[in-house]
Design a protein around this ligand. Structure first.
Ligand SMILES: CC(C)(COP(=O)(O)OP(=O)(O)OC[C@H]1O[C@@H](n2cnc3c(N)ncnc32)[C@H](O)[C@@H]1OP(=O)(O)O)[C@@H](O)C(=O)NCCC(=O)NCCS
Length: 154
């Protein structure tokens, strides 16, 4: 996957509604830490905070000019090593085609961090497969029903 054609495009202010539309898809937040769909006003505040943040990067995932989802990196500052938590959402229209696995692979290749975290619901089998395929290993319970998986860059 060295020459993977997926492109990660940093979001800008015009992506407010695209990100919200993903959050509104039925069932998409089933395994999120907060499974409720955010209210639009709350999303606007969240989005503007994230755009300004020095510790968060959000990318649209594009394949041949088609946006298939988004991936977010949140830097974890209290770690001795450079560490980020990865969260991703693939639009169900494009699910099951390997986009999530390819995205995580790409993120690790194009960023320069030591450690990557993923917090995954114990019933989120698809996500567990995605991160296991990218060499993430179970680390610990994060909170009830959610586990922390970690990948150390070698
Ligand atoms: C989880 C998610 C990222 C997977 O994206 P995807 O592009 O469909 O994943 P991939 O095609 O790369 O591969 C997923 C694997 O899970 C399998 N899978 C997909 N949906 C599944 C389901 N409902 N139940 C079990 N396995 C499933 C696929 O067959 C594939 O398995 P394989 O390794 O045996 O081939 C996507 O469904 C999603 O965005 N869900 C909502 C948000 C979320 O849960 N994010 C992850 C938490 S960080």
């Amino acid at each position: 996957m060295i020459n993977d054609t997926l492109i990660l495009i940093p979001i800008n202010k015009n992506d407010l509604d695209y990100l919200y539309s993903l959050q509104c898809i039925e069932g998409i937040r089933k395994f999120a830490l907060d499974s409720n769909t955010p209210k639009y006003d709350d999303h606007i505040k969240w989005f503007n905070d994230k755009l300004k943040s020095n510790t968060t990067e959000i990318f649209k995932i594009a394949d041949n000019n088609i946006t298939v989802g988004v991936v977010r990196l949140d830097l974890i500052l209290d770690s001795a090593k450079s560490t980020a938590e990865i969260s991703l959402t693939i639009d169900p229209k494009y699910a099951g085609q390997g986009y999530a696995k390819r995205t995580i692979n790409k993120v690790i290749k194009v960023t320069d961090l030591d450690v990557y975290h993923a917090v995954i619901h114990e019933n989120n089998i698809a996500s567990q497969k995605v991160f296991a395929a990218n060499n993430f290993s179970y680390d610990s319970m994060y909170r009830p029903n959610f586990n922390l998986y970690i990948y150390h860059e070698v």
